[in-house]
Design a protein around this ligand. Sequence first.
Ligand SMILES: [Cu+2]
Length: 306
Amino acid sequence: MLARERGWRLARLAGLGVTVAVLLSGCSFDESVRGFGWFKGITPEGRRMYELWIAACIAALVVGVFVWGLIFWCVVRYRKRGDELPPQTRFNMPLEFLYTVIPVLVVCVLFYYTAIVQTYVDRRVPNPDVVVDVVAFKWNWKFKHTSVDGDEVSGPAGSEVTTIGASDYIPVLVVPTGKRIEFREYSEDVIHSFWVPEMLFKRDVFPGGIKEDGEEEGIVNRFQVTIDREGAFVGRCAELCGAYHSMMNFELRAVSESDFARYIDLRKQGRSTPEALEAIGQEGYATTTRPFQREPEQNDPQAVTR
Ligand SMILES: [Cu+2]
């Protein structure tokens, strides 16, 4: 009778544990199980990190199952039956050797594959197809299309081709698929962090800048990716940067190569980001995130043209 009650209590606890784990992970059960909580990624770089993550999780689970097995075996096998102690083993050299060498080996293998993937993710080609300046400021983003296929991008009368976020406007960063894109990041004030969750990548944006003549001030961080899936992906600031940090969202809009060329042409002619997006058959405004709601009339995206 007592044993059955204890069994039920254990089963209930285990059920509660699984439910809480799934709820706390904040993902659908399907997604959290398939990728161990990770996106598959929209870049080759992201996918390499995803594979490393999956492999590391499986390796950790194998070690975990082995350790849990040993723990449960000891709990059951050596549970208290009387006042007599089970045999006390000390200074078992083969065992001590094994549990020193195996963890060191595990760490070496993890380090080796991490270094390979990190080198792949950090590599940069000398002449990227598209260069975008990511300028962070409290509390929004300015995206500047600097060059495409080696040609400088400029609007009417030599103006910059930019998309600037505001409290009532989510900036949409338009990029092509299948092209090597370089992001050059710098901040006008404090440290921010450029993060597109579906790229499985973020990089801090430090105070700095690039002058007209190309001279760099402060720190300019660079990274390159090739995006191979069209779509709208939410972007966020991932470095606590002040009171409105949580509202520093943007959208990455990956479009086909030809649509991107048309978009840039329209921008060069002086069309705004939403106008140029609508002209290439895209949603003019962000679809993955909305401006922070303050007053009802400020939520009408059509009231803003930028
Ligand atoms: Cu920020």
